[in-house]
Design a protein around this ligand. Structure first.
Ligand SMILES: [Fe+2]
Length: 268
């Protein structure tokens, strides 16, 4: 059985799977992410953009910042994609050029993860009965071209250590598939059981990544593919850093949060 097939089987049966990703590649990308986020904060313009197909206020490329529960809880997100440059203005591009080496490191990792997610998606597509008539064309089409709809993004997140720092609250991802490359300064807890009282530790070991579904997979498989509820913890006094790869899909309406799907479809 190929690795992708094994991953797809584990995903279908247990809602999660671990894959191998070269440790060195991840370490270099983590360092690059931090350098970019630090550098972009002093940019003369907002270093973010949205692609066609997204809502106007839904920035899916570049740097976004938000406070956590407290004003002192800083959370930075750098969203990389291959088509980043296509959506940035001249002045943004000038600023971006200073980070050529860092962007290249993210690109290498992103390509590797795209290869993995594409391999898994191709296997899912071949499972009889999982999707009504094969994996809907819009996913495959949106996945195989790099634009215009948001397809795959590599998120680097960085929560600097601070007084009231906390992790991500319990949520389900709004996308089709997520590959989580592990956490520094925190852990990932998750559960595919809708009735679970407590999430279990699911953080991947170094050299591995955790693969799981977002709510779009659940919706498009007519509730057959289980999505994962998850949250993250932080180690007090430590920065939290993580890299996450998201595979998007067009389900025919905008989905900015998982509740856009979960509030309208039942679990039966
Ligand atoms: Fe998430």
């Amino acid at each position: 059985m190929s690795d992708y097939k094994q991953t797809a089987t584990s995903l279908i049966e247990t809602g999660m799977a671990y894959i191998s990703v070269p440790r060195q590649m991840v370490q270099v990308a983590l360092a690059a992410e931090k350098t970019i986020i630090n550098g972009m904060q002093s940019a003369p313009v907002a270093m973010k953009a949205n692609r066609p197909g997204e809502l106007p206020d839904e920035f899916d490329i570049g740097l976004t910042y938000k406070n956590g529960t407290e004003a002192t809880d800083h959370k930075f997100f750098w969203h990389y994609s291959h088509d980043l440059r296509k959506h940035f203005s001249e002045i943004q591009l000038q600023h971006l050029n200073r980070f050529a080496a860092e962007l290249e490191a993210l690109d290498r990792l992103q390509k590797r993860l795209e290869e993995a997610s594409r391999g898994v998606i191709d296997c899912l597509d071949k499972v009889p009965g999982l999707f009504e008539s094969g994996l809907p064309d819009n996913i495959l089409a949106s996945y195989r071209r790099s634009r215009p709809y948001a397809t795959t993004t590599l998120r680097g997140l960085w929560y600097p250590a601070g007084g009231a720092q906390d992790g991500a609250k319990r949520h389900a991802d709004r996308n089709f598939l997520t590959i989580h490359l592990g956490d520094i300064g925190g852990q990932l807890l998750g559960s595919v059981d809708q009735d679970a009282q407590q999430d279990k530790l699911v953080s991947p070991k170094p050299g591995q990544a955790l693969v799981f579904f977002g709510v779009k997979a659940w919706l498009l498989s007519k509730r057959k593919l289980p999505f994962m509820w998850h949250q993250s913890t932080v180690e007090p006094g430590h920065d939290r850093q993580a890299l996450v790869h998201f595979v998007q899909a067009d389900v025919g309406f905008p989905v900015t949060r998982s509740s856009d799907i979960l509030d309208h479809y039942s679990f039966d």
